[in-house]
Design a protein around this ligand. Sequence first.
Ligand SMILES: *[C@@H]1O[C@H](CO)[C@@H](O)[C@H](O)[C@H]1NC(C)=O
Ligand SMILES: *[C@@H]1O[C@H](CO)[C@@H](O)[C@H](O)[C@H]1NC(C)=O
Ligand SMILES: *[C@@H]1O[C@H](CO)[C@@H](O)[C@H](O)[C@H]1NC(C)=O
Ligand SMILES: *[C@@H]1O[C@H](CO)[C@@H](O)[C@H](O)[C@H]1NC(C)=O
Length: 446
Amino acid sequence: MLLLISLFFQAACYTYIPLEVHETKAQSSTSSSKNIQTISNSPTSMENFSKNWISEYSISVKIGTPPQFFKLLINTASSWTFISEQRCPGCKKPEHLFNRTASSSYRFQSKLNDFSFENFSTTSKLSSDLMSLDNSKDQVNQIFLLGFGDTEIILPESNVDGYLGLGLKNWSYRTFPENLKIYQSAESSAFSIFLSKDESKMASNIIFGGYDLKKYAVEDSFADVEIAENDDWKIKVSLIMFGHVKICENQLALIHTGIDTILGPEKQIEELYKYLLYTYYCWEAIDSIRCPIMPNNKEPYPILYVYIESQEYSIDPSTYLREIVDDQMGNVLLVLIKKSQNLFWSLGHPFLKNYYIVFDIEEKSIGLAKSLNKGKIENEETQETPIDNDSPTANGELSSVSNEERLIYVSIIFLLLIIVLILSIGLIWCCLKRSEMIYIDQEIED
Ligand SMILES: *[C@@H]1O[C@H](CO)[C@@H](O)[C@H](O)[C@H]1NC(C)=O
Ligand SMILES: *[C@@H]1O[C@H](CO)[C@@H](O)[C@H](O)[C@H]1NC(C)=O
Ligand SMILES: *[C@@H]1O[C@H](CO)[C@@H](O)[C@H](O)[C@H]1NC(C)=O
Ligand SMILES: *[C@@H]1O[C@H](CO)[C@@H](O)[C@H](O)[C@H]1NC(C)=O
């Protein structure tokens, strides 16, 4: 009995971690508008551009004995957890470096493992130390990479101290979610991520050990998707549409929690840009596209559709467009869909703001469910801006919802009618009986 109870409690031991959101907004001194009409290869303007616009989701952890504190970016693109021991020239927070001589539990494993994140890469020491979540006492012995900054800079404009490796891998070192299962007897090493559209209403979070569809998703929209390869969170995408324009077929897409953009192969993104340039009077900026806040033709911006296992997933314009201030143009929209050198797509925050995602390490599958947030915000938006008429989902969903409601109303009215009918038949029958009896009574009296 006790065993059963303890099993129950262990199974229910999920770790809910609110994510910290870091948004680096444009500085008023941004001179990016100089480069608006042409794509410039000037490295300075690129630096200024990316410096001004990043958003990151991170959690706080403690590493070492006594503990040292770090903010780690949640990163499903790599299974390595990474922190640095040496200050890189552009890093913002010198105090958030790991001091390995100050930790009695630190173990050096081996030298020279490469760590990379998007365009940046560095050489580091394979290490291990005790690690725990900021608000928890449960420690795990975590293998991680310790950068010593002798090569390239890791995201110098970043607000975080390192990366939490949530990727899938085919080697034997355990990632943090797997360690949580081993050391804390969590039911599973699955974890799930909810990104909020409005932090004041519902905070973004990660749940280690499971998921909560009831709270964060539209439950019946949940679908399990097999991953495409054995060693990362890539899934097969059969079709990508931008509004009614077909962009590509049969692609791989990585679910990437570490980037605030949607990335795609150059040629395919160019197709998508063309549509924006000619239909919406957008213009080319340094490494993306900017658009007017009200599209000139008054058509709302198109929805980006991604088809996965014949299911349609939609990325709303409100999640792939971000309002920024441009020196010359005033408020404009930055398109968070960008080109990458990779041959696959990377679905970052704009996708995650629409879909609640369960990463199941043991099953090697990804669970996708429509984020609760998505529905709510969409409804609010529909009152202000009409939904794109070309969009099959928007129309489909809207009419299916109203159809369902109509069906319920009709059946209630039908039911009421039947009840009234039965009652009145009963009443009439009763009255008839009574008058008959009175008649018979009268007959007898006569
Ligand atoms: C980039 O920013 C620096 C200061 O942060 C400024 O001096 C420089 O002119 C900017 N370069 C461009 C091309 O905007
Ligand atoms: C690292 O910790 C050791 C031992 O506590 C200390 O002597 C040293 O000054 C620290 N290094 C830095 C850079 O803080
Ligand atoms: C990454 O590098 C490629 C060229 O190697 C460049 O085109 C791209 O803009 C870079 N991306 C970022 C985010 O710096
Ligand atoms: C891991 O995956 C890579 C590429 O997918 C492959 O080359 C390598 O052999 C795999 N390693 C193991 C241990 O399976």
